[in-house]
Design a binder for this molecule. Structure first.
Ligand code: CP
Length: 310
């Protein structure tokens, strides 16, 4: 099956078949990451630029590793160390980068729609590595790969996503991806952090975390996005932790074999207790490991690849 997408701008416009192809392709790439020589020639001669206007540990590093393991030339540009600080616009920056003939630009930006803006203006492929509070498609895909790895399926799973839903691009991409794949999505958080009308995306909404966690297969905890909140949306972090944090007590409400996920960076003692973050049900580092394989799959598929590489 061919992929047929030049860009990855969000999950919203991907089909269930697209998502399955990405996950299957990523599964095929996972083995490369455990070899002694972790490199295949698949994208030799391709140039990938990681253009990050916001901080990142996991996404930027794993896109860089993914490109290098596929033998692409991978270059990182962070806004703080570029001519952006001298006043250059996004479009001028991107046009100058494009003059060097990259094949793919992987972009993170604080403005929702920034990768779409570039995709309309440049000839190369654009992959959205997180745009404002809009989407973070590669995160949702690695989350689904991790669920499939641990649960054997995605269809029929009950997934509770808890925290600052309003400002979370991870939540939005996961809602799109999980509902397309037939999972049930439950959202929980303080009323000030639940966007009005989010049910229209097919999710159930709870203000009581216990109701969201009860009988869930997957608990996905989200960080409070203080950098995106224009004003204080909660009384104190202690109160937030008490009512909306996951801990060993409320985790007992979930299925016995439920898994706990977090996209990172996590704030221990706020949305997740250390006992849960380090507990037997957490799969947080599996998410990070799967992030490399998913990003290899995305780079490969937007480059025209069709079959998983072994
Ligand atoms: N999950 C995630 O996007 O992490 P980073 O901000 O470290 O890339």
């Amino acid at each position: 099956m061919s992929f047929g997408h030049k860009h990855i701008l969000g999950i919203e416009h991907l089909s269930r078949e697209d998502i399955e192809l990405i996950l299957d392709t990523a599964d095929g790439f996972k083995e490369i990451n455990t070899r002694e020589i972790k490199k295949v020639p698949t994208l030799r001669g391709k140039t990938i630029i990681n253009l990050f206007y916001e901080a990142s540990t996991r996404t930027r590093t794993s896109f860089e590793i993914a490109g290098k393991r596929l033998s692409a030339d991978t270059i990182n540009i962070s806004a703080s160390a570029s001519s952006v600080v001298k006043g250059e616009t996004l479009e001028d920056t991107a046009r100058n980068i494009e003059a060097m003939h990259p094949d793919i630009i992987v972009m993170r930006h604080s403005a929702s729609g920034a990768p779409h803006y570039l995709a309309e203006r440049l000839d190369c492929s654009i992959i959205n590595a997180g745009d404002g509070a809009h989407e973070h498609p590669s995160q949702a895909l690695l989350d689904l790969l991790t669920m499939r790895q641990h649960k054997g399926r995605i269809e029929g799973l009950k997934v509770a996503i808890i925290g600052d839903i309003s400002h979370s691009r991870v939540a939005r991409s996961n809602i799109y991806a999980l509902t397309k794949m037939g999972a049930t999505v439950r959202l929980a958080g303080p009323g000030t952090m639940i966007p009005p009308g989010i049910e229209r995306l097919g999710a159930e909404v709870f203000t009581d975390i216990n109701e969201a966690i009860r009988d869930a297969d997957v608990i996905m905890m989200l960080r409070i996005q203080l950098e995106r909140q224009g004003k204080t949306l909660l009384p104190t972090l202690r109160e937030y932790s008490r009512f909306y944090g996951v801990n060993p007590q409320n985790l007992k409400l979930a299925k016995d074999d439920a898994i706990v996920m977090h996209p990172g960076p996590m704030n221990r003692g706020v949305e997740i207790s250390s006992a849960v973050a380090d507990g037997t049900q957490n799969v947080i580092l599996d998410q990070v490991e799967n992030g490399v394989a998913v990003r290899m799959a995305l780079l490969y598929l937007v480059s025209g690849g069709e079959q998983p590489e072994n």
